[in-house]
Design a protein around this ligand. Structure first.
Ligand code: ATP
Ligand code: MG
Length: 232
């Protein structure tokens, strides 16, 4: 069973630096409400991906707390923490294996029909169906060399299949053309609504995160602004 059900995330006065002399986050405080669609925006280097690394406990905070559904993440096993959170990272690792297995990574018990459904939603099924070996095509070193945008769509298929209560998209559509991005985001939003997941879209610019309930703007290690799209 998953540790978290609602999926509310709270950063309370979080201070963190990779090196003691340089703080990346400085008293950062914000809330990602359960079930909402939230954007985190800020310039390159402002600490957006660091938030994810802290949430996954690749690093621990220096001071402050990170809570998920009211529980300090240090009181939860790392395994169940990581199981509850899906992420499309900025740079997706692919394995030297078939397309099907790359998508199923994270939920190995998924059926073929489920894999094909998320691949369709991620707008990757057209490509896969054109390949002579379809879902059994090998990718990576000894297989198909897929493009940056295809890789992003594969990563999105993978995370959608995982059905986590919390899903992060870290610049997950940056390599796609505007039209594909728009169609794909619509599919993602509707699937996330069906799953009742909390979703967080990390981006450099406000423009790419129009239809969110809440926007958190990071600057110089702290939250500069917080509000709705209309307000900002
Ligand atoms: P981008 O929009 O370019 O992805 P970001 O907001 O996601 O940027 P982070 O990856 O969170 O930025 O990095 C914040 C700062 O921390 C950067 O200045 C980066 O160089 C530094 N940093 C990131 N990872 C490490 C690390 N492992 N060791 C030292 N410094 C790091
Ligand atoms: Mg980043």
């Amino acid at each position: 069973p998953l540790q978290f059900q609602g999926g509310e995330i709270k950063f309370e006065n979080v201070t963190f630096g990779y090196h003691p002399s340089r703080k990346i986050l400085q008293n950062a405080t914000f809330t990602i409400p359960a079930g909402q669609k939230v954007a985190i925006v800020g310039p390159s280097g402002s600490g957006k991906s660091t938030i994810l690394r802290l949430l996954f406990r690749f690093y621990d905070v220096e001071s402050g707390r990170i809570l998920v559904d009211g529980q300090d993440i240090r009181d939860v096993s790392i395994e169940s923490l990581r199981k509850s959170i899906g992420v499309v990272p900025q740079d997706t690792p692919l394995f030297n294996d078939t397309i099907r297995n790359n998508i199923r990574y994270g939920r190995l018990e998924a059926t073929d029909a489920e894999v094909e459904e998320v691949t369709r939603r991620a707008r990757l099924s057209n490509l896969v169906e054109q390949l002579p070996e379809g879902y059994e095509t090998k990718v990576g070193e000894r297989g198909l060399m897929i493009s940056g945008g295809e890789k992003q769509r594969l990563a999105i298929s993978r995370v959608l299949l995982k059905k986590s209560p919390i899903i992060f998209f870290d610049e997950a559509t940056s390599a796609l053309d505007t039209e594909t991005e728009k169609a794909l985001l619509q599919n993602i939003h509707s699937l996330i609504r069906e799953q009742n997941s909390t979703s967080v879209f990390i981006a450099h610019r406000l423009r790419t995160v129009a239809e969110t309930d809440k926007i958190i703007v990071l600057k110089d290690g702290a939250v500069l602004e917080e509000g709705s799209h209309q307000k900002l």
